[in-house]
Unconditional design. Structure first.
Length: 148
């Protein structure tokens, strides 16, 4: 059974109340519950990690090397400048799918730059909770060898 770690970056613990017109009304707990349900249907094990602290995310990525087969990450604001998270992801040596609930390319110009995109297998952006669900499916496809 493949194992996937889903990482939520800073301020995602405020989902449901923070700018619901951009991020929707689902809470982080509801997002994780929906992902857990989807993982069951896909026959994979999924774990979740959220932090507002860059170093904690780096540590979680390091620890994932002992368990996970793939990572789905919404690095949130760290997407745009955290070389530490990028380097940890690259060192993890496993498939990475970058996800964002909002379309980062249709927002402020600084949000369209991702330091993670160049090492990720792909980026899914702009579909709200669906971005996470699509990211989980993409990770499964990559692990099954069904993506070039």
């Amino acid at each position: 059974m493949p194992n996937v770690l889903v990482i939520h970056g800073p301020n995602l613990d405020l989902l449901g109340t923070r700018e619901p017109e951009i991020y929707g009304r689902a809470t982080l707990q509801e997002v994780n519950q929906r992902l857990q349900q989807e993982a069951g249907e896909l026959g994979i094990e999924v774990r979740f990690f959220q932090s507002n602290h860059e170093g904690e995310i780096v540590e979680a990525i390091h620890e994932a090397r002992d368990w996970a087969d793939a990572l789905v990450i919404n690095a949130a604001a760290f997407t745009h400048y955290s070389i530490a998270i990028r380097d940890a992801l690259e060192a993890a040596g496993m498939p990475i799918v970058e996800v964002h609930m909002s379309n980062i390319h249709a927002r402020e110009p600084f949000r369209s730059r991702s330091v993670i995109a160049s090492i990720a297998h792909g980026q899914i952006t702009g579909f709200g909770l669906g971005s996470y669900l699509l990211g989980l499916h993409a990770a499964c496809m990559i692990l099954a060898g069904k993506q070039a």
